[in-house]
Write a protein that binds this ligand. Sequence first.
Ligand code: IPE
Ligand code: IPE
Ligand code: MG
Length: 240
Amino acid sequence: MKGEIDRNRLPKHIAIIMDGNGRWAAKRAMPRFFGHKAGMEAIREVLRACSDIGVKILTVYAFSTENWNRPTDEVSYLMNLLIEYMHKEINELNKNNVKVKILGDLSPLPPTAVEEIEKAIELTHNNTGIQFNIALNYGSRAELISACRNIAKEVRDGKITVEDINEELISNSLFTEGDYDPDLVIRTSGEKRLSNFLLWQSAYSELVFADVMWPDFGKEELMDAILEYQSRDRRFGKIK
Ligand code: IPE
Ligand code: IPE
Ligand code: MG
């Protein structure tokens, strides 16, 4: 670690683009699946570390609306992995007072996956510890389209007027409704793009790009990312 983090200036919400599972596996001459499995294992340590230091929300990008365009065997592997993760981790999550929330449209997911997810949401519903958002079949553009449609319907039905459309209303029409915007967005694997992740919500997020592949990202790398975050000057358009 590159220093001590300041506990009084922690990001309340950290969002992570967990990228590089395939390359992690390829470097080991293993199939991509192997990397996804290792990637799933990596979540535990990072969630635990966030919870321990007092981060309020951790969001992870697990599957994008574009990831359906991968070969079908990879997509079904990822879906099965998700079912396995939910099934295996749910009691531990609940014991640790974690509250699970999903960002994304679950309707195209396999029914068993939806079942496991709904069980997890239900079980952890009243938990008061860290909120764990899993972005699943998530894409910012799809999210914004759906928000626009819902708002348009409300205007059409006379429930609100055009003038009622403001930042708050739009924020409350997104999957992240009620959450703080992410203070810190981390992407692993050295890629420097958002790939359709939290475009509205990250308007003023600090972006940190870590070179390690996701399966190698652990507590130490998380602390380094927080240190980097704390070294930034967040001006929000103002001047000092
Ligand atoms: C991230 O790793 C996990 C998902 C997108 C589901 P990748 O599968 O994108 O791994 P790389 O980027 O090909 O190495
Ligand atoms: C972003 O990673 C999506 C997830 C981490 C779930 P991708 O690997 O799909 O993104 P691109 O294709 O490199 O932009
Ligand atoms: Mg990738």
